[in-house]
Design a protein around this ligand. Structure first.
Ligand code: 13P
Ligand code: SF4
Length: 315
């Protein structure tokens, strides 16, 4: 069997550089993507920053290196741009935990509620929503609503519990979760803390409530990065997807970051396999082919854009 010639990373980077210029493309990446992807991106950020940046770019092509809902959000905000995703199968277990038809029934069963959805949802779920939030602005947006407003929050129950706890609200929560963040091991983290007593614990709010309670900082990926950058400690136990270690290390070169273990010993569960589907090969290929491109049903997009724009105006 004839072997396909393989390109070196340097060749791929050079090809991406050439195509990005020729085609007026901007490459955006989430903090959970592979280091080599973060390295070549024009912009890296959390979900909120990626949505903002997509809304303001004047590039003809947006290459969204993240997961499907991030590409979809960019396409809804910029319908006249080509939004490419390096791998269409980069989904999200949290978005999958909230089927639009089931969510519509849940909303119908609880009339009189404002519907808030986390950005980790399909366009169809956003179309049922009053305000979209990210982990970076959920607290601020919920606090901006009257205290007696009845709220449905979906799909992440852990983020919902966190927002309820810090705002004193009693939002009605959809029972969804992320397969990465829902599986961190409390015992493993406490053992790490015993070995590194001065380490601060950084926790993403998609993690379970007991982990939020032992955290020194609970926040979005961008908020955790900012905390580590400005904080005086030297060591951190990082309870979120392991891709963030690359940017943590880059922003805080003198500090030590210890990835938290997942519940199942030996399992690489602190990795989001979907995020890791973004590779240099696939970025080069999607720029070359201008495919795969995200398309959103115009009727769904027309409804989904309202709660996204409401989020952007409130945060
Ligand atoms: P952030 O918005 O904090 O970057 O989180 C996105 C995400 O997918 C978390 O799992
Ligand atoms: Fe979705 Fe979880 Fe991956 Fe984030 S880490 S993209 S919530 S599956």
């Amino acid at each position: 069997m004839k072997n396909e010639p393989t390109c070196s990373q340097a060749e791929l980077k050079a090809e991406i550089e050439k195509l990005r210029k020729e085609k007026n493309a901007v490459i955006m990446a989430h903090y959970y993507t592979r280091p080599e992807v973060q390295e070549i991106a024009d912009f890296i950020g959390d979900s909120l920053a990626l949505a903002r940046k997509a809304a303001e770019t004047d590039a003809r092509i947006i290459v969204m290196c993240g997961v499907h809902f991030m590409g979809e959000t960019a396409k809804i905000l910029c319908p006249d741009r080509v939004v490419l995703v390096p791998d269409m199968s980069a989904g999200c277990s949290l978005a999958d935990s909230c089927d639009a038809r089931d969510f519509a029934e849940f909303i119908a069963a609880h009339p009189g509620h404002t519907v808030i959805s986390y950005v980790n949802t399909t366009a169809a779920v956003k179309a049922l929503t009053d305000i979209v939030v990210t982990s970076g602005n959920a607290r601020k947006i919920v606090e901006a609503l009257p205290t007696d407003e009845k709220i449905i929050f979906g799909p992440d129950r852990n983020l919902g519990e966190y927002i309820n706890s810090v705002t004193g609200r009693q939002m009605l929560l959809w029972n969804g979760a992320c397969h990465v963040h829902d599986r961190f091991s409390m015992q493993g983290i406490l053992e790490l803390k015993k070995e590194h007593p001065d380490a601060r614990i950084l926790v993403h709010p998609e993690c379970r409530r007991p982990l939020q309670l032992i955290a020194d900082k609970v926040g979005s990926t961008a908020a955790l990065l900012e905390f580590a950058r400005t904080d005086s400690a030297k060591e951190y136990i990082v309870v979120t997807e392991s891709g963030i270690l690359f940017e943590l290390q880059r922003k805080c070169p003198g500090k030590t970051f210890i990835p938290a273990p997942a519940d199942e010993p030996g399992c690489q569960c602190n990795n989001c396999d979907y995020m890791k589907l973004n590779t240099l090969e696939k970025i080069a290929r999607c720029l070359r082919d201008e495919a795969p491109a995200i398309e959103v049903d115009p009727e769904v997009a027309a409804r989904a854009i309202k709660p996204i724009e409401r989020m952007l105006s409130l945060s």
